[in-house]
Design a protein around this ligand. Structure first.
Ligand SMILES: [Zn+2]
Length: 283
């Protein structure tokens, strides 16, 4: 699907760049909440300093062939519905170019889960709250790192029997609305192997209050995969990891009521549905 709006940026001198010289295409112009979107840019030559602009931030793209580039963005599961714009900017033969595609973010219905838990499981003391906050901060620092693109489509499902549930579920615990569930849960026996969905570098491997034994892999370009409640894991922070490498195995560590893999994905723009990421076709 091609959605092109090709215009030189007003006020810049520069030779005008022929509109036919570049274009931007998106894998869907009507993404739903939680959808990833692949963006492709085509130009009549090599583009310098090319960036993808999405939700007020700039993200890198990768050259796939001469004058052809790709990047990945996403609509966070909590984003507003309605129109949005993704743009590509760079320099072609010394002239700045800007191309943009209009998206229409469509609604998606998420399940509502009402849970009744014993008070001790639903409310935390100050020490625990401080720990939760500190761990969230450590993770968000890692998520803010942008490294060169390592991911490639298709992504590999993290387990052989991929049966995801709960993406985006709105949780009401003992009558209080909580954060939506930003990942999928896959219920599998303890010890089931968990694999890396793409090449990357381990951005976090450690113990978390909610996630238990947790691993986060940085796939570059702002794309991360997240694996929680592991029984064990085999990589340390900073280690290189390849698509299909065994990250660890399914467990019930942290805040889990039984063995399952909590599997999440972050892309530029937010938390997306891992199942939709896995469905992106390979090239
Ligand atoms: Zn979960």
């Amino acid at each position: 699907m091609l959605v092109a709006c090709l215009a030189g940026v007003a006020g810049l001198p520069a030779r005008p760049v022929s509109a036919a010289g570049m274009s931007i295409a998106v894998s869907t112009s009507t993404p739903a909440l939680g959808d990833p979107v692949v963006v492709e840019v085509a130009a009549n030559g090599a583009v310098d300093n090319l960036v993808l602009r999405w939700k007020s931030a700039d993200w890198p793209m990768r050259e796939t062939a001469p004058g052809r580039y790709e990047g990945l963005i996403g609509v966070d599961l909590d984003d507003p519905e309605g129109p949005a714009v993704v743009a590509a900017e760079g320099f072609l033969d010394g002239a700045r170019f800007h191309a943009e595609a209009e998206l229409m973010v469509s609604p998606r219905k998420f399940a509502v889960q009402e849970l009744t838990l014993p008070k001790g499981m639903a409310e935390f003391d100050d020490t625990t709250l401080r720990r939760i906050e500190k761990e969230a901060g450590e993770l968000s620092r890692r998520f803010s790192r942008v490294t060169p693109l390592r991911w490639r489509t298709p992504f590999l499902p993290p387990v052989k029997e991929y049966r995801p549930v709960n993406f985006g579920a709105r949780r009401v615990i003992n009558g209080d609305p909580r954060m939506p569930h930003s990942a999928v849960d896959i219920h599998l026996p303890e010890g089931t192997p968990v694999r890396a969905i793409a090449d990357g570098q381990v951005a976090f491997a450690g113990e978390q209050f909610f996630g238990g034994r947790s691993v986060v892999i940085d796939h570059g370009g702002g794309v991360f995969s997240i694996y929680y409640h592991l029984k064990e894991y085999y990589f340390a922070e900073g280690q290189e990891i390849s698509r299909g490498d065994r990250v660890g195995s399914v467990g019930a560590t942290g805040r889990a009521t039984g063995p399952h893999l909590h599997f999440g994905v972050r892309v530029p723009g937010g938390r997306v549905d891992p199942t939709r990421l896995l469905a992106l076709p390979g090239r």
